[in-house]
Design a protein around this ligand. Structure first.
Ligand code: FE2
Length: 408
């Protein structure tokens, strides 16, 4: 079949794609006790441990610290001041604290906010300046007058305590700029952590509501990655297997928090689901959710769970080549995908809404503090979001307004 001029290529062999997944992933129950032994292999000697107060309270940091010291490393300090929704001020404070303490590496123990804070702080720690100075994609200093490899950052390892964000294996960090209520993103190859330790022990105390929300973030990464215009053969493998793992493990992990196998598989799923984003494969669920967090503090996973089905319906109505991608996802999820694109989209969207509701998550933006008057600001944010450029169907301002109205 010949491609129409200007049509997006949603199948076949693409003219160009790039795939990178350089993070060394180790997975297994109880691996946090070997954190030091493993981090030594990445040249870390004196890590700054980065976490939040809630995680520290659980005793997890004591166990991780013992594991770090057991490997012969010295802990430069524990920075436990990362808030739920971290910001540039925290990042810059952490970078300064790590310098002050003579740290040579970072060990992030936490969810997306903690990991992104550590990653962004590593940039400021290594290259100086502020988060603003490095905002954007591929902005970090490179060898050969900017043409070579990015200069290395300090070694960074991550122990995720939620299964969702995938930041432990991603090239990006997102933090808030409080003055402007926007999210700043830094994305570059040097930001892939050297090491991700996927240990279900680290998600043992995760509250079900957070496991549910972060799990829906992972599902959103996988679905958006699979249907993005930036899809490719490599990312498809990661996306589809992540969807299978989430299908089989998310509800189990949320309903029975003692299910180690389900929690372990969700950690694997989350770190796979983020892989397409390294090829730029993501979409407008994220464009819609970022400003919900920026303006109204809606947790990222909750915003995605609410926005995802509306975006599926919008995209699936955008052409049969896009609908085919949703048909493949429906097959994996055992959703009846008969009929045209619109029918496929609404069946899959209903399935996602059902899952969200069984997980006990809110189904409407109005339930999580988004007022109708907020829509114009949200639309402006979504239109300007980088994720919008790689969505399979191009949304107009009116489309976003309608999508937010529906999600409200
Ligand atoms: Fe996300």
């Amino acid at each position: 079949m010949e491609m129409e001029m200007g049509a997006r290529q949603m199948a076949g062999f693409k003219p160009f794609y790039q795939f990178t997944a350089p993070t060394r992933v180790i997975a297994g129950e109880g691996l946090i006790d070997s954190a030091g032994f493993e981090f030594t292999k990445e040249n870390a000697s004196r890590p700054m441990i980065v976490t939040d107060g809630v995680i520290r309270e659980t005793g997890l940091i004591d166990r991780v610290s013992a594991g770090v010291e057991d490997g012969g490393l010295e802990i430069a300090g524990v920075f436990d001041d990362v808030p739920q929704d971290s910001d540039t001020e925290v990042v810059e404070r952490l970078a300064a604290a790590a310098k002050e303490a003579g740290a040579d590496s970072f060990l992030a123990v936490g969810g997306g906010s903690v990991m992104d804070t550590a990653k962004a702080a590593n940039v400021v720690f290594t290259h100086g300046g502020t988060v603003r100075d490095w905002e954007g994609f591929m902005t970090l200093p490179r060898d050969r007058d900017g043409m070579g490899r990015p200069e290395p950052l300090a070694p960074l390892a991550a122990i995720p305590t939620t299964a969702g964000t995938g930041s432990e294996a991603s090239f990006a960090a997102v933090v808030k700029e409080r003055a402007e209520n926007i999210k700043l993103e830094i994305g570059d190859m040097a930001l892939f952590p050297e090491l991700a330790i996927l240990d279900p022990v680290a998600t043992e105390t995760l509250p079900p509501a957070i496991a549910a929300a972060t799990g829906m973030d992972a599902l959103t990464h996988a679905i958006e990655g699979y249907v993005s215009s930036e899809w490719n053969q490599h990312t498809d493998a990661f996306a589809l297997h992540a969807i299978r793992l989430i299908r089989d493990n998310l509800e189990r992990a949320v309903t029975d928090t003692s299910d180690t196998e389900a929690r372990g598989n969700m950690l694997a799923a989350a770190s796979m689901a983020i892989a397409p984003s390294g090829s730029g494969a993501i979409g407008i669920t994220h464009s819609m959710s970022h400003p919900c967090g920026g303006h109204f503090e809606v947790p990222h996973g909750v915003a995605n769970a609410i926005n995802l089905p509306w975006v599926i319906e919008f995209n699936a109505g955008g052409g049969e080549d896009i609908a085919d991608r949703y048909r493949a996802i429906s097959e994996v999820l055992d959703v009846d995908a008969a009929g045209d694109g619109a029918a496929v989209g609404s069946a899959l969207a209903e399935h996602v809404r059902g899952l969200t509701s069984r997980l006990g998550l809110p189904g409407r933006l109005s339930e999580v503090g988004v007022p109708e008057e907020g829509i114009p600001d949200l639309v402006e944010g979504a239109l300007g979001d980088g994720c919008t450029l790689v969505n399979p169907r191009e949304p107009t301002e009116e489309d976003f307004t309608e999508l937010y109205r529906r999600a409200l």
